[in-house]
Every structure is written in C-alpha cells, then in structure tokens.
Design a protein around this ligand. Structure first.
Ligand code: GLN
Length: 348
C-alpha cells in the first residue's frame, strides 16, 4: 500500500513510497542529470521547487559533504524512481520529504506536455491523498515568491581569499553556488560576497574590478536591487553573470525575461557559440529565459535545442553573462574558461 502521494495540477494524485517523511509543496520540475544529485540537491536555485530526477537510480555513489554547493538542501522535496538509503537518510535528516517507487517517466512526460506545474507531496505512515492535495492548493506560482532572495542569500558580507593577488570581485549572492566563489578564488581573486539586496555604498567601498551577479532561484524580476547595481556600474566596472545573473543583467539593461514552459535542467545541454561556431556541453538549471536582450547586449551563444540565448556580451562595456553554469558542479567542464574570460575583463 502506498504511504506517499504526489498531487499535481488538475488534482491528479500519484501514489509512491515514502523515503523521507513530511509534507511539502513547490514547483514540480525535472532534471535529466544522471550524476550530480548532491550538487543539485544543495543548489540554492532549486529553492521552492520539487525536484524530480529522470535518471532512475539516485544515490549510487553515496553522499559526501565536499560535493555540496551550499549548507542545506534547497528543493522542498525530492522525487526519484529509486533512491538509495544514503540519500533518503540525508534528506530525512534535513527535514526534506522524499518519495520513490513511482513512474517518473510519467511525471516528466506530464511536465513536458503541460509545463512546470504546482505540486503537493505527503509522505509517511499517517498521510492521506488529501494531505498532498491540501499542499497543492496552497502552492504559489514561482513568480509570487517575491522575497525569495532573502531565503538563500548571505546575511552579511563574506570575504574569501582576502589579500589575494588577483582581481577584487563583488559577487552579489542571489543564491550563489559555492563553486562559483571557488572558481574565482582558484584564479587568485579576492571575492566579496554581498547580500542580494546590498547597497551601492557597500559595493563601492571595496572598489571592485568586477561586479558578478550570481545564479539564484525564482523570477529574476524579484531581484530589483541587483538590477540597480548593474545600472549603476555598467560602463564603469566589468560585469559578469551566471544564470539568474544573466537574466538580471538583461532586465537592468533594457531587456526582458519570460518564464519557459518547462526549462532546462541537466548536464548535457548543447550550446553553440555564434562567433566560433563551436558547440560545448553545459550544465543547466533554469526555468526563465531572456526573451529580449535589449539593445546593449548581443546574443553570442544559443541553445542548440531551442535557440534560447545562452550567452550575452558587450565588448565595449565589458559584459559577459551565461545562462548555463560554467562552474560545472556537476560537470561537464567544457565552459570553465568563462572564469578566465571574465577575470580577463577585470584586468587579470
Ligand atoms: N540557476 C539559476 O540561476 C536559475 C535562474 C532562475 N531562477 C530560473 O529558473 O531561470
């Protein structure tokens, strides 16, 4: 007998097995990544989402803290065809409901047909279908999480590699993955990690060589303060952005973003560079996209599958942004050179 339920839009309820107990709600999305579950589950960009793994076996190489991208699990719940005890115990210890023994192909097909959707989850010996439906009915649209930045950002400024020989980077933490800071520090940068709503004065005080807007969860239009920093610094200081960072930069410079149907989440998304015509494989996790880059930014890279913008640049204003995740945690490593390019703009 089922001891877990996943309720999706249209009030359809799918039976499952409880692997970590509890109730939760969020935007139901899927990743096609076949490795990297530790990184995905700790990626702050999954805040307020329920993550379904399309790869059928999750957890087969254990759980190791050194692979985590932040200090907690961010999806509200996890769904897999088969989840190992290691992962189930980790999620339980974090208070994150998890379910398996359901047909994840069905869920993925539903999301591909209908788009990312609201869902409710209830798992554990005493739960009912109605508990999952109640969660579903309480679920908000992703764009209505207007203060999502506060849920994932640092509260106070953190400095990494103080006194480093390289560039001084102001990294605006909209929910930054740890490996972005690591990628900059490995290249000798002194990285000042600022809260998502930091003031211009705080950033000015460190006299940055590069303003870097991080990845993050939810709708980029809910990150107005980061956009204001972009407007302040454009032309004076080189600008870089990853994922939500690309979207915030585009919105601030006269462009527009929109919600995608079901987004890109996985580790084999092909991206073509329009200048070199080279294709690289990339790691992705996004549900919004730049619909119009505005007149200050050129689209320099596109997704081979659907032509959406993957890279925006302005050589005169020193701006480089990427929709995918060049820090490559999990991999592939094809696009790590992004960090050399943006630090190059900063004079390194
Ligand atoms: N990884 C990210 O930064 C995601 C950006 C944004 N939240 C989106 O879903 O499109």
């Amino acid at each position: 007998m089922a001891d877990a339920y996943v309720a999706i839009e249209g009030d359809r309820v799918i039976e499952a097995r409880a692997r970590a107990p509890g109730t939760a709600r969020g935007e139901l999305v899927f990743t096609t990544a076949y490795t990297g579950y530790e990184e995905s589950l700790t990626d702050p960009s999954y805040e307020e989402q329920v993550l379904t793994f399309s790869y059928p076996l999750i957890g087969n190489y254990g759980v190791r803290e050194e692979r985590f991208e932040s200090d907690r699990v961010h999806p509200r719940a996890a769904v897999a065809r088969e989840m190992t005890d290691d992962v189930a115990e980790w999620l339980e210890s974090e208070g994150i409901p998890a379910v398996d023994h359901l047909d994840t192909r069905d869920i993925v097909t539903e999301i591909r047909d209908e788009g990312a959707m609201k869902c409710g989850i209830a798992a554990g010996p005493d739960v009912t279908e109605q508990d999952a439906l109640d969660e579903l009915h309480e679920c908000k649209h992703m764009s209505d999480h207007t203060d999502i930045g506060a849920q994932v950002s640092v509260d106070d400024v953190e400095v990494h590699n103080e006194g480093g020989d390289g560039a001084t980077v102001a990294l605006v933490d909209c929910g930054a993955k740890g490996s972005i800071t690591e990628s900059l520090v490995e290249r000798d940068a002194e990285v000042h990690v600022f809260p998502y709503d930091t003031s211009e004065d705080d950033v000015a005080a460190v006299d940055p060589d590069l303003l870097f807007i991080s990845n993050g969860p939810g709708d980029p239009e809910n990150f107005e303060q980061a956009g204001e920093l972009v407007e302040t610094y454009v032309g004076d200081v080189p600008l870089a952005g990853i994922c939500l960072g690309q979207q915030v930069v585009a919105n601030a410079l006269g462009g527009e973003t929109e919600k995608m149907e079901f987004g890109h989440r996985g580790v084999n998304q092909p991206v073509r560079d329009l200048r070199s015509n080279q294709v690289v494989m990339t790691t992705q996790n996004h549900g919004y996209t730049v619909a119009d880059p505005g007149d200050k930014l050129d689209v320099t890279q596109v997704n081979v599958n659907d032509d959406t913008p993957e890279g925006l640049e302005n050589d005169d204003l020193n701006i480089i942004t990427r929709q995918y995740h060049p820090e490559a945690n999990p991999g592939p490593h094809d696009s790590l050179g992004f960090f050399d390019d943006v630090l190059g703009m900063a004079g390194e």
